[in-house]
Design a binder for this molecule. Structure first.
Ligand code: ZN
Length: 102
């Protein structure tokens, strides 16, 4: 084997680095996929279940806002923005009552 055919130390390091990066990316991709699978499993197990007693939640209409309610333990679960919608409704009702007394 001539010196020309021998891989240089720099080449060895280059390919070792490439292999290391490939393995790191594989581990990162695998970890991300496991996180997605785990999230999906949690969602499947807990979607529309009461956080206190675990029974199925029902969607009910409260002043025009669709909220989730547990018929077993009477817990009410509000999604993002639903509390503000209910408070807006109450504020409007309060202002209408106060307008009567003006
Ligand atoms: Zn419940």
């Amino acid at each position: 084997m001539s010196d020309y055919d021998k891989p240089s130390r720099a080449e060895d390091e280059y390919f070792a680095k490439q292999e290391l990066e490939r393995r790191k990316q594989w581990a990162k991709d695998r970890s991300a996929k496991m996180a997605v699978d785990e999230k999906e499993q949690l969602k499947q197990a807990h979607w529309m279940k009461c956080p206190k007693c675990g029974h199925d939640l029902e969607t009910i209409d409260l002043h025009g806002v669709k909220i989730d309610h547990c018929p077993v333990c009477e817990t009410t679960v509000l999604d993002k923005g639903e509390l503000e919608q209910l408070l807006d409704h109450e504020r409007g009702l309060f202002q209408r009552v106060m307008h009567i007394f003006k």
